[in-house]
Design a binder for this molecule. Structure first.
Ligand code: S3P
Ligand code: PEP
Length: 426
């Protein structure tokens, strides 16, 4: 039976330092590239959560050695083999990053996951794999479950890809492409959301020595070896969003240590976004510090590059002092849940007026009221509920265990932040 979490109400300012575990996106790329490299690699301080544990399990199922060494993972590449079964859970990264790796295995690899995973769009990836010479049996659905019939090699070469529904389709193809016989010359058929995540993929490939160039219509990866690499994983800046938002909601102060000076993580844009919503944002020697000023300003923004920040930002919009408009995020309908619909339901339940747009939503704050909200099995909808609960007494959320996807101890960290008057929340 699903749990219900009564989210803490907090009428007084928070003042906390909140360290965060590793980035889901960087951990996923580190695992895949280490698995395809020419020797053993160490992933230092990887995120240990459902999505990244499933990525490791999927690679192990293909024959890759992944051992724990304290908090690190030691990855030892091996001949990739089928038959194998991969459980992608609800992880878009596993759904889109492992099929191109599976195509290099010498046998069939079947991929499936949670009921909602079977609704997440993947036709662009499956079509591209076929164009690159890979046999994929998906029953014509363009979604999981499907079987990649690996033959031990992928021809690769020129391919036009529809990645309008997820940037992960591009990332998945690029990550494995150096191991394709002809590499890849990937041209986009249209737009692609979440560009920082594609840049993260390109940067990670280059760090492993891959020859990657941007072209007029996409990216080209030359065939060749990937060098082994020991990589320290940065903190997950997208998971910083609810904690930093708490500073705005309570008029308090939250610092996230080890904020990278330069990064491809889209969460880095929180400084500008929260600044636009009225926060004071400073980079201090202790980390990124966000201070609430007592005012939450409305936000009018294209969030296409930073879609995964939307649930928390939309929750802030419901607490703002004017109407907001968030656009560029049509692809959020294919995320862990249809996030446009879910945000409409949740924000309406706490008193906002919400209008869905073809590519986003408008949020007009109204008199706030307590409500029982659904998590929709979506970790970031639990984060959004927690942010709302700071301002609205009596916000409860069913299915809070969804946070295991990327931050299993989210509720403990949230309580630690609220308990801290100063110093480090634990
Ligand atoms: O490559 C990645 O690590 C991710 C890319 C994005 O996917 P979409 O482009 O499907 O939004 C993002 O939302 C997701 O959380 C992680
Ligand atoms: C969209 C997300 O996840 P996924 O990697 O499953 O697509 C997310 O974490 O917000």
């Amino acid at each position: 039976m699903s749990q219900v979490w009564t989210t803490p109400h907090r009428p007084t300012p928070v003042d906390a330092v909140v360290p965060l575990p590793g980035s889901k996106s960087i951990t996923a790329r580190a695992l895949v590239l280490a698995a395809l490299a020419d020797g053993p690699s160490r992933v230092v301080r990887p995120l240990r959560a459902r999505d990244t544990d499933l990525m490791a399990a999927g690679l192990r199922a293909l024959g890759v050695g992944i051992a724990e060494d304290g908090a690190d993972w030691l990855v030892t590449p091996a001949r990739l083999r089928g038959p194998a079964e991969v459980d992608a859970g609800l992880a878009g990264t596993v759904l889109r990053f492992l099929p191109p790796v599976a195509a290099l295995a010498d046998g069939p690899v079947r991929l499936d996951g949670d009921p909602r995973l079977r609704e997440r769009p993947n036709a662009g990836l499956i079509a591209a794999l076929r164009d690159l010479g890979v046999e994929v049996d998906d029953g014509g659905r363009g979604r999981a479950p499907f079987t990649v019939h690996g033959t031990g090699a992928v021809r690769g070469g020129a391919v036009t890809v529809d990645a309008s529904e997820s940037s992960q389709i591009v990332s998945g193809l690029l990550l494995a492409a150096a191991r394709f016989t002809d590499g890849i010359d990937l041209a986009l058929a249209g737009g692609v959301p979440s560009m920082p995540h594609v840049e993260m993929t390109v940067a990670a490939l280059r760090e492993h020595g891959a020859d990657v160039v941007a072209t007029d219509r996409g990216w080209r990866v030359a065939p060749g070896p990937l060098a082994a690499l020991d990589r320290v994983v940065e903190p997950d800046l997208s998971n910083a969003a609810p904690f930093l938002a708490a500073a705005l909601v309570t008029g308090g102060r939250v610092t996230v240590p080890d904020w990278p000076a330069a990064t491809t993580q889209p969460g880095a844009q929180l400084d500008a976004l929260l600044g636009a919503m009225g926060a004071e944002v400073e980079r201090t020697p202790d980390g990124l510090r966000v201070t609430g000023t007592g005012r939450i300003a409305p936000l009018v923004a294209d969030l296409g590059d930073v879609g995964e920040l939307t649930p928390v930002l939309a929750a802030l919009c419901a607490l703002a002092d004017g109407p907001s408009r968030l656009t560029g995020i049509a692809h959020l309908r294919g995320h862990e849940t249809d996030r446009i619909q879910a945000l409409d339901e949740v924000l309406t339940a706490v008193g906002a007026r919400v209008r869905q747009l073809p590519d986003g939503l408008e949020v007009e704050p109204g008199p706030l009221r307590a409500a029982l909200l659904d998590s929709y099995a979506d970790h970031r909808m639990v984060h959004a509920a927690a942010v709302l609960g700071l301002a609205v007494d009596g916000v409860r959320v069913s299915g809070p265990e969804a946070v295991t996807k990327t931050l299993p101890d989210f509720r403990e960290r949230w309580a630690g932040m609220l308990a801290a008057t100063a110093g480090v929340a634990s």
